[in-house]
Design a protein around this ligand. Structure first.
Ligand SMILES: Cc1cc2nc3c(=O)[nH]c(=O)nc-3n(C[C@H](O)[C@H](O)[C@H](O)COP(=O)(O)OP(=O)(O)OC[C@H]3O[C@@H](n4cnc5c(N)ncnc54)[C@H](O)[C@@H]3O)c2cc1C
Length: 613
């Protein structure tokens, strides 16, 4: 179908939720609670039934206080997240989630999610201090049902490519555009408030598995940085984008290790059967000082010990499962843990003749990912809760970005690690409550969209199909064309740049100012070539726009990494020219703002306020 055969569908909404994952479902559900008479639209590039990082299911909810049994208080969770992130979290935002997260989990149970119970106490079965165990294969469909019932309409299969800005008021949001990945129709959503909840970013760094196996990453391959790419392009400030995450996971299948460490009480050894973490204590202390003495040891520092041990020639690192798996109950839990959330790991072990009862499986560290809800906190800089945030963190409604009417939740929002699935849904609820208030306060001041801008975007969005249609006539065979670049080629080029210059696996997560500068130059050249992207079909067109979002998020990561002149999180990445943690100069947040008119980036520091003692 040619460019002009496609329909343009106009949708008006009061609240537009972009991305129907955990946070998006929470936002949609809560928007209806506070906005009974509002038009609430959720738009999702897959199908909310099985979309996002929780698509396959989970075996544990990793953020639950247990306040009803006095197990933990919100302040405890703030201390925990602060410690794990080497001192730097938005305590106001973290506290806000922690004080509401239990209510969210109780709703999940009410909606039918089976949560395991401790037979001795009757309480939820704990996996660790913060985690509770679930039979979570159907976690996402259960959560999606609540969103579906709450929404005026859910639009599945629509990839949002750009946000729209108001023509009547500077720096105010007005909606978004995207295209249906099945029919190709162009969609224009006009909205008074927009909540971005489009998940984090995989595949910006080269993965360990390449070629046919490149889809086998820890983080879902469809998490394509839209949560950052969309707000960055309209000038929203971002924070802590350098704080990428590297996971220690079972080798080749990326199976989770939490249940193994916490519930099965397994432990790690080097290739010679020796304990190795203590060996690196002095080395780590020289880099980060007292942070190494904190309990629990921050995740990045445990990675650091593993990396040092492997670099010293004593790999591979193994998880000692042979002992735990002699207990039939633990053996069942060990396998079920994968069957509920990462079936691929069980398949990998079967294919490699690994029975964890008899063989201790290998662990390795993943390529870096960018996300705001796991053990790192990259994302948008957001206004905090009125009753708790310091003045400097408040410029409007809770979870509103620095663009008026643009809200975020889950992986989108920066500064708040350790939200996980329950915390992301909770943050969606928090953002929605504030967005409804924003819409109601707006009264008649409805944002306006430029028709010309919409027409231009329509041309831009489909241009790769045109590039391909014309350019393919220049070649008779193969996929390499002199006049267009396919999305897979662009993706691999991006991953190579990020890997080699910004601290990926091939440099053992090492970078420095010189490498980062060169990385920026190469990213700039890739950016120039993005106008020449070709797409054979709608599937490839989606890949092109995912690449656009990945690229601008990558540039942000690189600029932040260059700006922070210290190594704050050894084990996640190293600045070879500033190997030590430097609290005197860098106990702060890094902020960036992209100016879409000039293409310039502005960097600044923002203070970290410790609200909880
Ligand atoms: C491998 C892995 C394991 C995890 N394990 C656990 C665990 O055991 N326990 C736990 O509690 N938490 C776990 N988490 C964390 C949890 O999954 C996340 O915190 C949570 O899913 C984040 O919610 P979100 O809504 O921000 O993102 P997601 O849930 O990923 O949702 C993002 C949504 O946006 C959609 N989208 C993206 N781009 C666009 C676009 N351009 N247009 C339209 N739609 C778009 C996606 O399709 C997706 O539906 C895990 C995460 C990962 C990655």
């Amino acid at each position: 179908m040619g460019l002009f055969g496609r329909k343009t569908v106009h949708v008006d909404a009061d609240i537009l939720v972009i991305g129907g994952g955990m946070a998006g479902c929470g936002a949609t559900y809560e928007s209806r609670y506070w906005g009974r008479d509002l038009k609430i639209v959720c738009v999702e590039k897959a199908n909310i039934e099985r979309s996002g990082a929780v698509a396959q299911g989970l075996y544990a909810i990793n953020c639950y206080m247990g306040m009803q049994w006095n197990e933990n208080q919100p302040e405890d969770h703030v201390r925990y997240a602060r410690n794990d992130l080497m001192g730097l979290v938005r305590e106001d935002l973290g506290y806000d989630i922690a004080r509401h997260v239990d209510g969210t989990v109780h709703k999940f149970e009410e909606w039918g999610l089976p949560i395991m119970r401790d037979p001795n106490t009757g309480r939820y079965q704990r996996e660790g201090k913060w985690q509770i165990m679930i039979h979570g294969e159907s976690y996402k469909p259960i959560v999606a049902e609540a969103a579906r019932k709450a929404a005026t309409q859910v639009y599945n299969r629509i990839m949002v490519t750009h946000l729209l800005m108001d023509t009547t008021k500077p720096n105010r949001i007005a909606g978004a555009v995207g295209f249906n990945v099945r029919t190709g129709d162009f969609h224009v959503f006009r909205a008074k408030a927009v909540i971005v909840s489009a998940g984090g970013a995989s595949h910006i760094f080269k993965p360990r598995a390449v070629g046919e196996g490149m889809g086998r990453t820890w983080y879902a391959p469809w998490s394509s940085a839209s949560a950052y790419g969309l707000p960055i392009q309209v000038g929203a400030k971002m924070t802590q984008m350098e704080n990428r995450i590297v996971l220690t996971r079972f080798k080749d299948g990326y199976g989770p290790v939490g249940a193994y460490f916490l519930h099965l009480k397994t432990y790690t050894q080097n290739g010679y059967g020796e304990e190795y973490e203590k060996r690196w204590y002095e080395d780590t202390k020289a880099l980060v000082g007292d942070y190494v003495d904190r309990h629990p040891v921050p995740t990045c520092l445990r990675n650091h010990a593993l990396l040092k041990e492997v670099a010293a020639g004593r790999g591979p690192i193994r998880m000692v499962t042979k002992e735990a798996f002699q207990d039939p109950h633990k053996e069942v839990v060990g396998w079920e843990n994968f069957l509920g959330m990462t079936i691929g790991q069980a398949v990998v072990w079967a294919s490699q003749n690994i029975d964890p009862k008899h063989i201790n499986p290998e662990l390795t560290t993943s390529e870096p990912y960018v996300m705001g809800s796991h053990a790192t906190c990259s994302g948008a800089w957001a206004s905090g809760p009125e009753d708790y945030a310091p003045d400097e963190y408040q410029w409007g409604y809770n979870r509103m970005m620095t663009v008026e009417g643009l809200f975020g939740a889950g992986d989108t929002i920066g500064g708040t690690a350790h939200k996980f699935s329950s915390g992301s849904f909770t943050e969606g609820r928090i953002a929605a409550k504030a967005a409804v208030k924003y819409v109601k306060d707006m009264k008649n001041g409805q944002p306006q969209v430029s028709e010309q801008e919409v027409r231009d975007l329509r041309t831009t969005v489909y241009q790769p199909l045109e590039n391909f249609r014309i350019g393919r006539n220049e070649i008779t065979a193969g996929t390499v064309s002199p006049s267009y670049l396919l999305p897979i080629h662009g993706l691999q080029r991006l991953e190579k740049i990020m890997d080699e210059y910004v601290g990926g696996i091939s440099t053992m997560y090492m970078t420095n100012g010189v490498l980062l500068q060169r990385g920026l130059e190469l990213l700039g050249m890739l950016k120039e070539d993005m106008n020449s992207m070709g797409a054979e079909d709608l599937h490839q067109l989606q890949r092109v726009w995912e690449l656009h979002h990945r690229l601008i998020a990558s540039e942000s990561v690189t600029r932040h990494t260059l700006f922070r002149e210290e190594t704050r999180w050894p084990g996640y990445y190293y600045r070879g020219d500033h190997m030590k943690l430097d609290d005197e100069n860098w106990h702060c947040f890094t902020l960036s703002r992209y100016d879409r008119d000039t293409g310039e980036w502005a960097m600044e520091k923002a203070p970290v306020y410790h609200i909880v003692d």
